[in-house]
Design a protein around this ligand. Sequence first.
Ligand code: ACM
Ligand code: ZN
Length: 556
Amino acid sequence: MLQNYFNKQKKCACIFIILIAYSTLCFSNDLNTSFSIVPRPAILEVNAGQFVLAPPLRIMLKSDDALLWRNAEYLQRVLANSTGYDVIVSSDANSVHGKNIIFELCIDANDLGAEGYKLEVTANYIKITSKTPAGNFYGCQTLRQLLSADIEKTFIVQRTWQIPCCRIIDKPCFKWRGMHLDVSRHFFNKSFIKKYLDLLSLYKINVFHWHLTDDEGWRIEIKKYPKLTEVGACRGPKTTASGNFYTQNDIKEIVAYAKERYITIVPEIEMPGHCNAALYAYPELSCTGRVLKTGNDNSRFYFLQEGRFAYCAGKETTFSFLEDVLSEVAELFDSPYIHIGGDERPENLWEQCPVCQKRMQQEGLKNTDELQQYFIRRIEKFLLSKQKRLIGWDQITSDKLAKSSIVISYQSLEPAKKMAKAGNDVILALAENCYFDWYQSKSPDEPKAIGGLVTLKKAYSLNPVLKGLTKEQQSHILGAQGCLWTEYIEKSSHAEYMTFPRICATSEILWSPKKVRGWKDFERRMRSHYNRFDNLNVAYHKYNDKDVIERNSLKK
Ligand code: ACM
Ligand code: ZN
């Protein structure tokens, strides 16, 4: 029995090595122009013929893995929704191929890595082989993109569905393929977050960085500090409050939803700055302890009436508060990471605070930047006690950080290089390529944005392989992410419009090997996704080479 098993695994491994060698030889750009998969697969071999999807349609599992079964039910829902077919999921290993979609796990297919897959489409069957359930899920997303854009519609009328015969061997180049969303400046409800996760998973994004707190609003329920959401999520008097937040049950539901789509949610709790909403709820945590004046309307400036503040770094109560908050956050999210912000601490607060000054004296800190490092290192140590790695924006860059901590480089590539050389992991979110709150064209029709210009082409031009790093240092660049700050983004359709298709560019530069991707081909493939977006009821920007004008109207 065991011998049989090992023989089978050896056979599997040999087939992969042969296929990869063969397919590298036969890869050709020209062959593939009718395929529009984004991100582009590493190896795509086009064959004659097609698989015709027709009932009775069965997804057959050659494994009793529970996650593979869950993936099968996911694909079943996608296919049944648009085809109207009663898709059966079965694990009857004795069935002949027939017209089945076969899922197989091959645990020693090491070439495919943790997220890779092989997808074979023949006239008689479709087969997705992977080492892991995550790889299988990405194979399903590719299969979805091999079907016409109508597959995203809800069933209206019976029609036939063809999938071109092909063989795909695919895996990502980078393991962090992320998208960030600021829900503090404007709140986005649970059903939108689920829609957003669905869309991101279609493009093989695997990290959702959830910016849950900032000056303008605290959006996550913390049981020990109810005022964070009672006060910190509301703007204006209670009767006109625009406050909204996620309950802990909402969070659990969304984390589970993301997990089914192989997306890790990284929560961000901002400190020591960007915390006005928390200080309105608990004023004793600021340097002065003074109750601050609010604005008199329910705009996002409600908590910014007196400017921006920070937690007091001298008071022990600040640290006990943050440790309590982070303990609840650590319990809610299964992510091995927690993002603690660390950016843009306002000046002239700690400098004028006797308690902060006393802390500096006691700890031998020369200036408030060193006090910030002390702050971050204390939080880092606490997070490590909870088995969580700290992530922060590039202002936390320091050679004193624990090697487990991660920096997101957004202002320039210098912090990325410095930290990678120091042996820390790094994520790229360089604003000029990755800040999707910037304008995406020069058209006067664009909705008001924060500034700057990140066209689709510019998003596509980020090179995650940095100059001047050794191979070992480069291995610390985990990947990159798009960022969506929402100062000017109130509606969910607007958030979609700013995200799509720019995140697809980010996804491709992280997933696809450099030798198989190129801007012109990407743009051609991306254009064929616009129908898909329409069918999914997603607002999106239509890239125009002249960098102007055409965009679909924002949906309500
Ligand atoms: C940032 O843009 N302040 C991270
Ligand atoms: Zn202070």
